[in-house]
Write a protein that binds this ligand. Structure first.
Ligand SMILES: *[C@@H]1O[C@H](CO)[C@@H](O)[C@H](O)[C@H]1NC(C)=O
Ligand SMILES: *[C@@H]1O[C@H](CO)[C@@H](O)[C@H](O)[C@H]1NC(C)=O
Ligand SMILES: *[C@@H]1O[C@H](CO)[C@@H](O)[C@H](O)[C@H]1NC(C)=O
Ligand SMILES: *[C@@H]1O[C@H](CO)[C@@H](O)[C@H](O)[C@H]1NC(C)=O
Ligand SMILES: *[C@@H]1O[C@H](CO)[C@@H](O)[C@H](O)[C@H]1NC(C)=O
Length: 557
């Protein structure tokens, strides 16, 4: 699809970046853990930037194979900049030989889905008559051919949509959740892929939940499951879900599982806007973000601080952009994802399902892809997540620098760049200057002596050398601590950094610091984060042409 106006050459170069990522190779495998980081066999950090791809619903096959060729879908995952897929599976696919050997065609036909059969015949003829377990292998293999890592996620026992408290799949001992069957399934799946390089991890069970949840049983069975997986496949990371739909791991504060192996244990946490108690719609956005992030810390983020890897294996939002609560949640989530440099997996890749909850061709409003799997549902989101797809920190980053600060703008996914001493603008974080947010509250471009200064209300922020004036002292204010604020030297008026519609960095009256729940402060939200990522703008003022309005209006992926 063509852009509505011809892009500048620089913009064109930037647009090609995801395509370059597609040509990337797998990291040095297998993965293991080094304190809170995941690292490759060479000790370098590997950041998981994954999409969830469902393969656990009634047909027990990866969604979308009736709409696109499997290689094309895998290529699309890579082209969007993801390096990994969390591929879901139901236990019975590994333990019920009748299901595992059922030809894909029959699995669809028994559910009355003749149109899907026709679609698979057109788009994936080689898969149509394969047994379901081989279809699963082919999906893993297609992802491998595009250098996409795979995490196998045991989502349910019985094939079907997940998750409810009462679906009999919620906790060990529930109607369909026999611990022995589960261990058998984990062992079988780990064994099938014990020789498959791009399978880098297994998440043992998705979203434990329901009335029978029990912490002591959690330790008992998770330890057994982890040992079973490790014995069959010592290469994979072993990923453990918390309780209450994987919303809480707080019980791990004082006691970690006891395992006979080390260097492979990862925890996973889920964070959706709809789990946040309705705060997003009714509170001031600064207050909501603060309150929810405090709660997410207590429920799981503390693990990173304790030196354990924590994978945000599900987050997601309504990609139509019309859900106010989701939009607010997402910006807050992205600020945390940048600050903590999280490993994550978005829900979801699929734009639609063969069948979900009884509805044929169900539209996934959280899907990266459109209903027909042909285009990105929300192309500007893919630009927005791009800077979070590679690591800011961690061991062994290529050409890493001394840690410096980035001024990240979660509304756009861009960073504040000093392109000349008179102009600052949003641009790709990869091109940022190395900033230092000092203990004297100055925002200095490292080794230039130049610092950020507020000039006036509604005017561009500038760089200058006299950094001791009030207009160069930037405090992080409001409950979100994302308003970056200084006082005008001439008359003491308090202003906040703001991003203009053209991406210019200006200072304005601070917006919606307190109380007002209707006001949207996001253009004024900036997160000062730590990075040691290589950047060409390291210690100089950049001399770059302007990148124009962001995001570009009609991108296609
Ligand atoms: C195994 O799978 C087949 C095909 O889906 C199903 O008919 C059968 O009931 C399953 N067996 C068990 C024990 O669940
Ligand atoms: C994988 O598992 C099979 C079956 O248990 C075993 O024969 C094989 O040696 C294993 N391969 C590796 C690389 O561990
Ligand atoms: C959890 O399970 C253990 C072992 O079966 C049992 O003794 C304990 O009472 C259970 N706790 C709760 C709160 O149900
Ligand atoms: C900022 O500068 C101070 C003083 O020179 C230094 O101690 C600190 O490490 C720097 N921090 C960053 C993130 O660059
Ligand atoms: C201070 O100066 C700014 C910019 O010139 C102006 O908009 C604002 O009204 C002034 N505030 C006061 C209190 O005079």
């Amino acid at each position: 699809m063509a852009a509505s106006s011809p892009p500048t050459p620089l913009l064109l170069t930037l647009l090609l970046l995801p395509a370059l990522a597609a040509a990337a190779s797998l990291p040095a495998l297998p993965l293991s853990t080094a304190s809170r980081w995941l690292v490759g066999a060479d000790g370098r950090r590997v950041k998981l930037a994954c999409a969830n791809w469902a393969s656990h619903l009634e047909p027990a096959a990866a969604e979308g194979l009736s709409r696109r060729g499997v290689e094309g879908i895998a290529g699309r995952v890579a082209a969007m900049g993801f390096n990994c897929v969390r591929l879901t599976w139901p236990t019975y696919l590994a333990t019920n030989a009748t299901l595992a050997s059922l030809p894909f065609r029959w699995s669809l036909e028994r559910l009355g889905m003749r149109e899907s059969v026709a679609g698979v015949r057109v788009n994936n003829p080689a898969l149509l008559d394969l047994p379901l377990i081989d279809v699963f292998r082919e999906v893993v293999s297609a992802l491998g051919s595009k250098s996409i890592m795979v995490i196998l996620d045991n989502q349910m026992t019985t094939p079907g949509w997940c998750c409810s408290r009462t679906d009999g799949n919620g906790f060990f001992g529930d109607k369909y959740f026999d611990p022995d069957e589960w261990l058998k399934g984990l062992n079988a799946m780990a064994t099938i892929f014990n020789d498959t390089k791009n399978v880098v991890g297994m998440s043992l069970r998705n979203e434990l939940r329901g009335p029978n949840q029990n912490i002591s049983l959690w330790y008992r069975y998770m330890q057994l499951g982890a040992e079973a997986v490790h014995a069959a496949n010592p290469n994979v990371l072993v990923i453990l879900s918390g309780l209450d739909f994987d919303n809480t791991l707080s019980f791990l504060h004082s006691k970690k599982p006891e395992l006979r192996f080390t260097g492979k244990l990862v925890f996973e946490q889920h964070w959706y806007g709809f789990s946040d108690g309705g705060h997003w719609e009714i509170l001031n956005q600064n207050d909501a973000c603060r309150m929810v992030v405090d709660s997410i810390w207590a429920k799981g983020l503390f693990l990173l601080q304790q030196g354990w890897p924590l994978f945000f294996s599900e987050f997601g939002f309504d990609m139509s952009g019309t859900h106010i609560g989701d939009n607010r949640y997402l910006t807050c989530f992205l600020s945390v994802a940048a600050e903590m440099d999280l490993d994550w997996a978005i829900w979801a890749l699929q734009g639609s399902y063969y069948i979900r909850e009884g509805i044929l061709a169900y539209d996934e409003s959280y899907g990266l892809l459109s209903w027909d799997w042909c285009t990105a549902r929300n192309p500007s989101f893919i630009k927005r997540i791009n800077s979070l797809q590679s690591p800011f920190q961690g061991p062994g980053l290529p050409n890493s620098r001394e840690p410096y600060n980035l001024i990240f703008h979660p509304q756009t996914g861009l960073c504040v760049l000093a392109t000349s001493s008179k102009s600052l603008e949003l641009g790709p974080c990869d091109r940022s200057n190395a900033w230092n947010y000092t203990s004297a509250y100055e925002l200095v471009v490292k080794s230039t002596g130049q610092c950020l200064q507020a000039k006036s209300v509604g005017e561009n922020a500038k760089l200058g050398t006299d950094c001791s004036k009030p207009s160069s002292k930037w405090q992080l204010i409001s409950n979100s601590r994302m308003h970056v604020s200084a006082e005008l030297t001439k008359n003491g008026t308090r202003v906040c950094l703001d991003a203009g519609p053209d991406g210019a960095i200006i200072t304005n009256q601070c917006k919606c610091l307190i109380i007002d729940p209707a006001c949207n402060p996001e253009s004024q939200w900036f997160k000062v984060i730590l990075s040691s990522r290589d950047t060409p703008g390291g210690s100089s003022i950049l001399q770059l042409p302007s990148v124009g309005p962001w995001p570009p209006t009609s991108l296609s992926y």
